[in-house]
Design a protein around this ligand. Structure first.
Ligand code: ADP
Ligand code: MG
Length: 350
């Protein structure tokens, strides 16, 4: 058992950073957050906030010195910067993992090599590659790197549309066969150093315009899909030698076939309901794994539904009265933008 409580350094200051900092506070761990956004919402929740461009060595060194353990809240921090930080103090999960999951092509190849099913896909580097992969239409063209919430994606329904497509081939893409979605689910899993896991039950997710809108437990899925999704999540986190909380997003098609859509090497929006529905949240488990604290057996408290609050919707929520099974989280973002994630509401259910 440790006596002195560690200081956790978190790279990135969005709502995930905020929720990590709040979870840390609950177990008496101090947090220092570094962000390149002066108005990062997490500065309201952490013990110390460092605003800097990530390439400012002095500021980054200050952050490293302040931290005993270091983690990140989003995976798109440039790999070179994570590697540099990791050289001085270990970053968990290991930055090499990001190299795989930051790139959709590498990510899907990694999964397929493990025998895990994904949608059919092909690497697209030039227009001709599109013409050579008409068998993947109707499909979705996705940038290999830096896409999120549907950004950098183009639906292509038929080869007629290829002529008029205006695509910047300075980026690489994958073309992914579109499947008919029956459902989307995710697994949140925390892996600890001694290869033990804390796994939350599958979460059912509804997206609108490619942005997560609702998550709920229990997911309405059959036993086979339940077990397959849990076992794939374990396999993925083990193969990545992952330390901390990871999310695997899945598709289920009309024939009840399960596919992995993508891996988020971090706490995830679909896991926000774990704050209220479990004794230990995805955030606390992440901190416990990264800071090498004791594991606490996971206990579900309640079924639950989480609603993402986007853009202007936040205004009416700020004035709303909530009943005792409703938990409202305001991310305290200064600027409201269309479709921006501004907060969430978790409702505990029977
Ligand atoms: P992002 O990285 O932006 O989250 P995703 O690849 O997860 O991108 O796509 C966002 C959403 O778009 C998915 O959750 C799903 O609803 C829909 N989608 C993506 N790819 C496919 C596909 N191949 N077939 C059907 N729907 C898809
Ligand atoms: Mg996604």
């Amino acid at each position: 058992m440790r006596i002195a409580k560690p200081i956790l350094g978190i790279i990135g200051g969005g709502q995930l950073g905020s929720m990590l900092a709040s979870a840390a506070k609950k177990i008496d761990i101090k947090t220092v957050i570094v962000s390149d956004d002066e108005k990062a919402p997490a500065k309201n929740f952490c013990d110390k906030f460092i605003f800097t461009k990530y390439n400012d060595n002095n500021k980054i060194n200050e952050f490293i010195q302040e931290s005993e353990f270091i983690t990140f809240e989003f995976e798109n921090i440039p790999y070179e910067i994570l590697k540099k930080i990791n050289h001085k103090k270990p970053v968990l999960p290991h930055p090499d993992i990001n190299k795989i999951v930051q790139n959709r092509f590498k990510e899907k190849n990694f999964l397929n090599k493990l025998g895990i099913k994904t949608t059919k896909f092909s690497l697209i580097e030039k227009k001709r590659d599109l013409l050579n992969n008409e068998n993947l239409l109707p499909g979705i063209l996705k940038t290999c790197t830096l896409g999120y919430d549907g950004k950098g994606q183009y639906e292509i329904n038929s080869s007629n549309e290829l002529e008029n497509l205006n695509i910047d081939f300075n980026n690489k893409y994958i073309l992914e066969k579109k499947i008919t979605l029956k459902k989307e689910i995710s697994i949140i899993i925390t892996r600890f150093k001694n290869n033990t896991f804390q796994i939350y039950e599958p979460i059912e997710n509804i997206h609108q315009d490619q942005i997560l809108k609702n998550s709920k437990i229990p997911a309405q899925i059959n036993q086979l899909i339940y077990e397959q999704s849990v076992s794939w999540a374990k396999k993925i986190s083990e193969k990545l030698n992952f330390i901390g909380t990871l999310c695997v997003e899945y598709f289920i098609d009309n024939n009840d076939v399960l596919y992995v859509n993508e891996i988020a090497p971090r706490v995830h929006n679909s896991g926000h309901l774990t704050i209220n529905a479990y004794n230990i949240s995805q955030f606390e488990n992440h901190i416990r794994a990264v800071c090498q604290l004791d594991q606490v057996e996971l206990k579900k408290i309640s079924n639950a539904e989480m609603i993402n609050i986007l853009g202007e919707e936040i205004i009416k929520y700020r004035d709303k009265k909530f009943s005792k099974n409703e938990f409202f989280y305001d991310y305290l973002k200064e600027t409201i933008r269309n479709k921006r994630k501004m907060g969430h509401l978790t409702i505990l259910k029977d």
